[in-house]
Design a binder for this molecule. Sequence first.
Ligand SMILES: [Zn+2]
Ligand SMILES: [Zn+2]
Length: 274
Amino acid sequence: MEAFLIAFVLFYFWHNLGTSIGYHRLLTHRSLIALKPVEYFFVIGGYLCLEGSPVWWVTMHRAHHRYADTDLDPHTPRKGVKFAYNGWLGKRDYPPHLSPERQANDVLKDPLYKYLEQDGHLRNASKLCAYTNIGFRVLLWVAFGWQVALASVLAALIAHQMPLIINTVCHLPKRFGYRNFETKDDSVNVGWLSIATVGESWHNNHHTFPGSARFGLKKYEFDMTWMTLKLLSVFGLVKRLHEPKIKFTDDFVLRPEHLLDPSAMMPQEETVSV
Ligand SMILES: [Zn+2]
Ligand SMILES: [Zn+2]
């Protein structure tokens, strides 16, 4: 039982941080720089909780920011809660207004991510991800026994849910959370999700400052991913962590000049017109 619990906690944080650091804050938003082995360590953590092709993930997520809560947003709850949660998944092709060459060309340049993308055949990329995930658990079973393998499966399945829950709950205006900033989209900060999502649920902050590696901005907005990044930066494993240069007090009002801060910007690739 002890082996099961230890393995569960370790895998849970690896998979969650893999998605939040690897897929999200690093590859999608380029809000920090990491040594390549560190980048792969986190991205593989996300891949092994069924996050799919990193190129696909980045393409869809950059589009989500660009078109947040409009008709072109890949997963806005304005088209229904079920659609936002998982109704948008499982498609054979990219939507006509999106292409990885345009939205995620920087990620495609990496040979590992290019291979995992399977030339844009989304079904093949999903199958490759599923088989790799199964193979990894078989290896764990053989090497460490069924308890560790089972703990890994459960941790991955739960971690897999977190981005889907954020896409839904953190875009239901003022129902489950609050807004620090009056953005054009429906994003909210959801405090009760912040531990399980390792800080990813400070989503209104994130939509305001998408280029920031720090999502929790006020004192009580606990952001475990940010703390992990700060710790890694002490050892030189990650660097150039972007964060807003503004002090966030309770009576803070966002002004247009704040949005000229680099931490409020999306990566260059996102500005390519589609
Ligand atoms: Zn969002
Ligand atoms: Zn984002």
